[in-house]
Design a protein around this ligand. Structure first.
Ligand code: NAP
Length: 309
């Protein structure tokens, strides 16, 4: 499907995509690119890429698919460096966690977003980073959001969709601004809360005692505070407006909780917690139904594969 894939930024996401496409036999050659040759050599040794270059223009030359998997703050510089060397038929996509800023970076670097540029964002990840943390199954049964523009070439869009489907993902399309609002609420806000919670507790004078008694709930809630600080700094800087909107809303709600605690307003607290529990239970039930549907359709397709053969 892809003759030569160039992955710029062979870390958790870029490395996992390369592994998944190799496993699916959906790619011929994989060329890696980045800043540090030691990281890229490690990717070769792990069998994630075939070869690499730290010269981004050289790395994209001859590639029919280029996937940019660097932190948001590096996107524009990467686009500028590859712009003169991209093949005219090459499809360009990215995996950045916010989309308005990547489209703006493409506009700044190319003059206008190229028609064969298809912005994307896999809704999958772990709190680890680097190629050693990458694995082929990362995207299986996870969503990938594509945010094509009015000017995006439908054939390029279809190729990026097919690439993610080959990696096991379910692909959906979304408007750029809606993507940034939805992700600010569902991913960026919870990460900010986790980072701030851990940082607040860690700077209390008796923090060792506090952490000693932290149980499973604390571990579940704060797992994502182990995520990469550079990536999260960039997300805050580059999805600023959407994050500020949801943070403002959250701060107002938290102030109401604080007031209810101060005033001993048990009814207000109970009403809020019941409402939250009902919403969480409904969400969990929906996920369970989706998962059992997935399992059934897998069994169905295994059976029909068996019949066909
Ligand atoms: P990662 O594991 O740290 O990988 C980032 C890669 O980019 C590294 O290989 C790094 O290699 C390279 N890089 C960094 N700065 C660069 C630059 N200026 N020029 C060229 N290469 C550069 O990070 P990741 O988790 O894969 O995240 C990559 C992208 O995916 C980010 O845009 C993030 O928003 C998005 N994303 C992440 C997740 C997640 O959960 N982790 C989920 C969805 C989307 P060198 O240091 O060797 O250059």
């Amino acid at each position: 499907m892809i003759r030569r894939l160039c992955v710029i930024g062979v870390g958790l996401i870029g490395g996992s995509l390369a592994r998944a496409l190799r496993q699916a036999q959906a790619v011929g050659e994989v060329v890696g690119a980045g800043r540090d040759p030691r990281h890229l050599q490690q990717a070769v040794e792990l069998g994630v890429i075939d070869r690499y270059s730290t010269d981004l223009a050289e790395a994209v030359s001859g590639a029919d698919m280029v996937v940019v998997c660097v932190p948001l703050g590096a996107m524009e510089a990467v686009f500028r460096r590859i712009a003169p060397a991209l093949e005219s038929e090459a499809v360009l996509t990215d995996v950045g966690s916010a989309k308005g800023c990547v489209v703006a970076a493409a506009r700044a670097a190319f003059g206008a977003p190229p028609p064969r540029f298809v912005p994307g964002h896999p809704i999958a990840g772990t709190e680890k980073s680097g190629v050693a943390a990458s694995f082929a199954e990362l995207f299986v049964r996870h969503r990938v959001i594509l945010t094509p523009l009015a000017t995006t070439d439908p054939e390029a869009h279809a190729r990026v969709r097919a690439m993610w489907e080959a990696a096991g993902a379910e692909v959906v399309d979304m408007d750029v601004a809606l993507h940034d609002e939805v992700l600010a609420a569902t991913s960026h806000l919870p990460h900010l809360l986790a980072f701030t919670t851990v940082d607040t507790l860690a700077r209390m004078h008796d923090h060792e005692e506090i952490f000693r008694y932290a149980a499973g709930g604390f571990r579940d809630f704060t797992r994502i505070a182990a995520s990469d600080p550079v990536m999260w700094r960039d997300i805050c800087l580059f999805n600023r407006d959407a994050i500020l909107a949801v943070l403002g809303r959250f701060r107002d709600e938290l102030a109401e909780v604080e007031q209810a605690v101060r005033e001993g307003d048990g009814a207000a607290l109970l009403e809020r917690f019941r409402r939250a529990k009902a919403a969480r239970d409904a969400h969990a039930a929906l996920l369970n139904r989706q998962e059992s549907g997935d399992r059934k359709s897998e069994v169905g397709s295994q059976k029909s594969e068996g019949r066909n053969s």
